[in-house]
Design a binder for this molecule. Structure first.
Ligand code: NAI
Ligand code: MG
Length: 488
């Protein structure tokens, strides 16, 4: 930290010493195979691909690419395991799930470091949010395993069979736990595919699942890109697909499963409205804006990427927001001071940069604080767009990066109209001193989740999911069990 004289105290620019988390305690193999039928097995076609560290674009390790034949093998293993797994008592199933939860906790530090290495998110987030929440999901659903008849009284819930689960790269371990935990608790068996840019924590999870002693074939974790995902979607012996990812791929899956017996849940994109009323606690609201859009580099389906500020406080909020943005620390994901880490992939950085250009060309006013970005790797400065209107593409389309559009409003009806004017319907935030306003807005906003005086808060007991092009089905809470059972 620089030494400062007292009178300079408000002008000071703080610098921090480096505080990197060490990597000496993690174990990463030179090559990862597919976890099928309780064993790590080589891909039939022998193909592997690299997983990259997005903060320097260097290779971390190589990972197997599953072909449709490997998918078939995994589905067969899951089908075979289904008979005995679904016949176990809920109490017995619960024991394994509790064990997985505890093993994640025991290895939390290693998981956090690997998550940040592979995906680029700040270690503070992987350490304090992703990994603990992932363990909590397993704990929570372990608790339901022997209480399903209370979850669905008088309805005799039965598992569906083999479920295919495809997850994205923004919360790799957390999304794996959102998918696997409720499926196991309800007696299904699983074939899961992590995203191609972030496969490592799912593969570490496979190691833990193996260590838990769960019967072979109950959970199969296979890696690969879109083609592998499509092979899961199109496999005839899968009973349900659970997908989280882009709306484009979601639409493809909806088409591919239409007319089949497969059940489907889709958790897709979003363009969340974050609404600040003049009676809000402004400083807290500014923190909330930062958290809503810059958390995880803005790679968040429920990000508050459209800010609506009541006109009377707009100048103040924007000034405070710019000041706060100047102080955000961008850089090494493994540094404990880092607020904004690396953009997950070159491809995603290109997408974000494309949208920033579109925003400028549409005539909006851009603001980016002066900040030094590291030389190597994928980086994007936190970005504001002012003077935007509803019709601008940067207001309508999901950018999935640290880019916020700012609009103002005068009345409640106006902001409801603007907030709902989007093809998406995943999340929203409301900042106000008045409980009545909160209840009024939660009724009127087309969003699966509405946060009041906070943003991006997650809890395993609380359902999560969207409306409109954000998808359907709920994950989390009691609601999250339902997509994995049928009633006779
Ligand atoms: P994506 O939707 O292509 O990837 C998500 C997962 O789907 C990955 O595991 C991928 O391998 C798999 N996949 C890709 N094509 C598939 C297919 N035909 N059949 C089955 N599975 C398939 O997302 P992508 O291209 O990485 O990101 C593009 C945009 O999607 C982002 O810019 C962002 O706007 C949005 N997105 C939204 C997410 C969310 O949480 N809602 C997560 C990731 C991306
Ligand atoms: Mg990677």
């Amino acid at each position: 930290m620089h030494k400062v004289k007292n009178k300079d105290v408000f002008k000071v620019s703080w610098t921090y010493d480096k505080a990197p988390e060490s990597t000496d305690h993690i174990q990463i193999k030179k090559q990862y195979d597919l976890y099928i039928d309780g064993k790590f097995t080589k891909p039939i076609k022998g193909k592997y691909f690299d997983t990259i560290n997005p903060s320097d674009n260097k290779k971390i390790t190589s990972v197997a690419e599953a072909s449709d034949k490997d998918v078939d093998k995994a589905v067969k293993a899951a089908r075979k395991a289904f008979k005995s797994w679904s016949a176990l008592t809920g109490k017995e199933r619960g024991k394994y799930i509790f064990r997985i939860a505890r093993l994640i906790q025991e290895r939390a530090r290693e998981f956090a470091v690997i998550e940040s290495l592979d995906g680029g998110k700040p270690i503070r987030e992987s350490r304090d949010i992703d990994i603990p929440l992932a363990a909590n999901h397993f704990f929570y659903y372990a608790g339901w395993a022997d209480k399903l008849t209370y979850a669905f009284p008088n309805r005799n819930p039965k598992p569906l069979g083999v479920v295919g689960q495809i997850i994205p790269w923004n919360f790799p371990l957390l999304m794996a736990s959102w998918k696997i935990a409720p499926a196991l608790a309800t007696g299904n068996t699983v074939v899961l595919k992590p995203a191609e840019t972030t496969p490592l924590t799912a593969l570490k999870l496979a190691e833990i699942i193996h260590e838990s002693g769960i019967p072979k074939g109950v959970v199969n974790i296979i890696t690969g890109a879109g083609e592998t995902g499509a092979a899961i979607v199109n496999h005839p012996d899968i009973d349900k697909i659970a997908f989280t990812g882009s709306t484009g791929v979601g639409k493809y899956i909806l088409n591919a499963t239409a007319g089949t017996h497969k059940k489907l849940t889709l958790e897709l994109g979003g363009k969340g409205a974050n609404i600040i009323f003049e009676d809000a606690a402004i400083d807290q609201a500014v923190e909330g804006i930062v958290n809503a859009i810059f958390f995880n580099q803005g790679h968040v389906c429920c990000a508050g990427s459209r800010l609506f500020v009541q006109e009377s406080v707009a100048d103040l909020v924007i000034k405070k927001l710019k000041d706060r943005m100047k102080r955000l620390i961008i850089g090494d994901p493994l540094d404990k001071n880092t607020d904004i880490g690396a953009i997950n992939s070159k491809k995603q950085l290109q997408t974000i940069e494309k949208y920033i250009k579109i925003g400028i060309n549409e005539g909006s006013e851009i603001y980016q604080p002066k900040c030094k970005l590291p030389k190597h790797g994928n980086w994007c400065a936190p970005t504001l767009f002012l003077n935007v209107s509803q019709s601008h593409r940067i207001v309508q389309e999901e950018i999935f990066g640290p880019v916020l559009t700012v609009q103002t409003f005068r009345t409640i009806d106006e902001v409801i109209e603007k907030a709902n004017n989007t093809p998406y319907g995943l999340s929203a935030g409301v900042w106000t001193d008045k409980g009545s306003k909160i209840f009024h807005l939660t009724q009127k906003l087309d969003a699966g989740i509405v946060w009041a005086n906070t943003f991006n808060k997650f809890d395993p007991t609380s359902p999560f999911g969207g409306y409109k092009e954000s998808g359907f089905g709920r994950e989390g809470g009691l609601h999250g069990l339902k997509p994995y059972v049928k009633f006779e």
